[in-house]
Write a protein that binds this ligand. Structure first.
Ligand SMILES: [Zn+2]
Length: 257
């Protein structure tokens, strides 16, 4: 018998291997590993709750794009952009009001804001509609304007939400970057980052403004997701988290890729 096995023998005499204890330990480690992402999400929610005071007393115009005769883009299986925009806007409005913000929805139903007396053409009607949405920003002395849209292109390949801001709106860029960071973290890595665009509503808002294109209706998987209330709530939560971080003064994150 060599010295090594004697030492081994003594070891097992002193620390009797208790199989039940070993298995319990392993199980605890596995459970801990499985629960870790939930724990991180829980911690993040708690951190956000602590910052949600920043939204109190703020006035936010939430703008579900399109409505009424204008469906926006249409998915392959018939999901209408105007419907998903409204669903996400309502959920976002609920989160913001719960945090003490004053929320103005530019529409809370299936209609547009054009003047019924003044509808000579679709272009005139669209212009009227967008101007009426801009008027609400002034009327309610809003602090922020958030427009919700969905995207569509000819190829079904592309997916992912993307947030836009106006090139002359640095605060809009900060808000857009914070929202985009939340979207990437919670909806998957789409390798899309914020972009500046000279859209009518971003140019004319007069307050920090963003447009969130919440996904591609031309992508069958994303079309299906966007019609589901759970996913709509997730998108709304991401935008809400970005707004909370924005009002609490967080600097703009930079593109992570
Ligand atoms: Zn749209």
């Amino acid at each position: 018998m060599g010295g090594g096995s004697v030492r081994g023998f003594i070891f097992f005499r002193v620390f009797k291997p208790n199989h039940r204890l070993i298995w319990t330990g392993l199980l605890a480690i596995l459970l801990g590993m499985a629960a870790h992402p939930w724990y991180v999400a829980y911690r993040e929610r708690k951190a956000l709750e602590a910052l949600s005071w920043s939204v109190a007393s703020k006035v936010i115009v939430v703008d579900p794009g399109h409505g009424g005769a204008d469906p926006g883009c249409v998915g392959g299986s018939g999901v209408l952009e105007k419907d998903v925009n409204l669903a996400v806007a309502r959920r976002l409005g609920a989160y913001l009001s719960q945090a003490g913000g004053t929320v103005i929805l530019t529409r809370d139903g299936d209609y547009d804001l054009s003047d019924p007396e003044h509808q000579s053409s679709a272009i005139v009607r669209k212009r009227d509609d967008l101007e009426a949405r801009m008027d609400l920003i002034k009327q309610y002395r809003a602090d922020l304007f958030i427009s919700i849209h969905a995207n569509s292109i000819s190829s079904p390949r592309w997916w992912g939400a993307q947030t836009f801001y106006h090139p002359k709106d640095p605060e809009g860029k900060r808000l857009a970057s914070l929202i985009q960071e939340e979207l990437l973290k919670n909806l998957g890595q789409s390798y899309r980052w914020v972009r500046s665009e000279d859209f009518f509503v971003l140019r004319n808002a007069g307050v920090p403004a963003v447009m969130v294109e919440i996904g591609f209706l031309s992508n069958p998987r994303e079309e299906r997701l966007m019609s589901q209330p759970a996913h709509q709530g997730k998108i709304a939560w991401c935008i809400y988290a970005g707004v909370v971080r924005y009002f609490s003064g967080e600097p703009a994150p930079t593109c992570p890729f």
